[in-house]
Design a protein around this ligand. Structure first.
Ligand code: 5GP
Ligand code: MN
Length: 345
């Protein structure tokens, strides 16, 4: 895209072009920028943040990229210079003293930024948000660009980079390709659009090599992770006439497996291949009695409303939430919500 062409209708059209133009002016005027995304970043959150960080570096803007928890190991190799900083606990109050502009990517609720959440809305700092999850604009952000039809936040970041006048180099192209390819299940989920494929074509031309990237991300797992995936498949339960498939990884299983929690990324996708399953769920006990639930839908089913009813969110086909309490109680409530959804109530 060039400034002349403007932003495509499905990403928000002229209103989005205008907002992105105004975002660029705010970015150019800033002294120092912080980029962050949602906690436990996935490929889109990580790739989008890294790409925008690299682009702002090209503009010689003082920029830091920070995230609550590291992404899976396989993504970290895309950041050989260690541009992205990871925080597992709340940073000291003066950790980002110099920053006057924050940019939140791939999430719209400040709480999604995990231990960095308190920075959002901090006096003396403006915040910009780019997100492709459906939701309401929030006054916490001076600019809040929500494009629910964007396949990935990576497509939105590409347009912001274009508007800033930065030509994606090989590293930026790889980061954005990783963002878009991972959020579309390597261009096979229902969010795969002509537009995201055009973006991918541009990024390949700029140096992203799909086969090599796929191998680095999906064909480089530890034997321990594969063994755990086997256990999770063995523990799979089918309910509601096989339309609902779910499995649990409790503390004991997770600890004995030796697999770091972030390496569970991608497990729930494997369940989608079960014949007849319309809703699949993976429940992970991330802390004692604290559960992270990942939901995926197939066919006509949608899971965003189920996640929202538990205080979470996401897309129609991929959503999630966290919940503290009794596992049995959680599983019963979840089953009943899935049943309601599948019966069209
Ligand atoms: P995953 O299951 O891969 O963690 O997340 C799937 C989708 O649901 C992603 O788009 C993610 O942003 C969203 N999601 C997952 N957990 C939560 C949550 O606790 N709150 C919200 N608002 N969205 C979530
Ligand atoms: Mn995303």
């Amino acid at each position: 895209m060039s400034d002349r062409e403007g932003i495509e209708e499905e990403l928000g059209g002229p209103a989005a072009s205008e907002m992105v133009g105004s975002m660029c002016r705010r970015i150019v005027a800033s002294r120092s920028i912080l980029i962050t995304s949602h906690h436990h970043p996935d490929g889109d959150a990580f790739g989008s943040s890294l790409a925008l960080g690299l682009a702002l570096r090209q503009l010689e803007k003082p920029v830091r990229v920070a995230s609550d928890h590291p992404p899976p190991q396989r993504y970290r190799s895309f950041d050989p210079d260690g541009l992205v900083e990871y925080w597992e606990e709340k940073p000291p109050h003066d950790a980002f003293r110099e920053v006057d502009l924050g940019i939140l990517l791939d999430a719209s609720e400040p709480s999604r930024a995990g231990c960095l959440a308190e920075l959002i809305g901090r006096p003396g700092m403006d915040w910009i948000c780019l997100d492709h999850h459906p939701g309401q604009r929030s006054p916490v952000f001076t600019h809040h660009w929500i494009a629910p039809r964007a396949a990935a936040t990576g497509s939105m970041v590409l347009r912001l980079i274009d508007a800033l006048g930065v030509k994606p180099d090989r590293s930026i192209a790889i980061s954005l390709f990783v963002a878009i390819a991972t959020d579309t299940g390597w261009f096979r989920f229902s969010n795969t659009s002509p537009l995201c494929l055009r973006d991918a074509a541009r990024l390949i031309a700029a140096g992203a090599a799909p086969e090599e990237l796929y191998g680095r991300i999906y064909e480089d797992h530890s034997p321990e992770r594969m063994a755990l995936l086997g256990r999770v498949f063995s523990g799979l339960k089918l309910e509601l006439d096989g339309r609902y498939a779910w499995s649990v990884i409790d503390r004991a299983i997770l600890e004995s497996s030796g697999v770091p929690r972030e390496e569970l990324d991608g497990f729930v996708e494997a369940f989608r291949g079960i014949r007849g399953a319309q809703v699949v769920a993976l429940v992970v006990e991330v802390e004692p009695n604290e559960f992270k639930v990942s939901l995926r839908a197939r066919g006509g089913a949608a899971v965003d409303a189920i996640a929202a009813s538990f205080g979470g969110g996401g897309h129609a086909k991929a959503a999630g939430f966290r919940r503290t309490g009794d596992l049995g109680d959680l599983l019963r409530r979840l089953r009943s919500k899935v049943e309601e959804t599948l019966s069209g109530k």
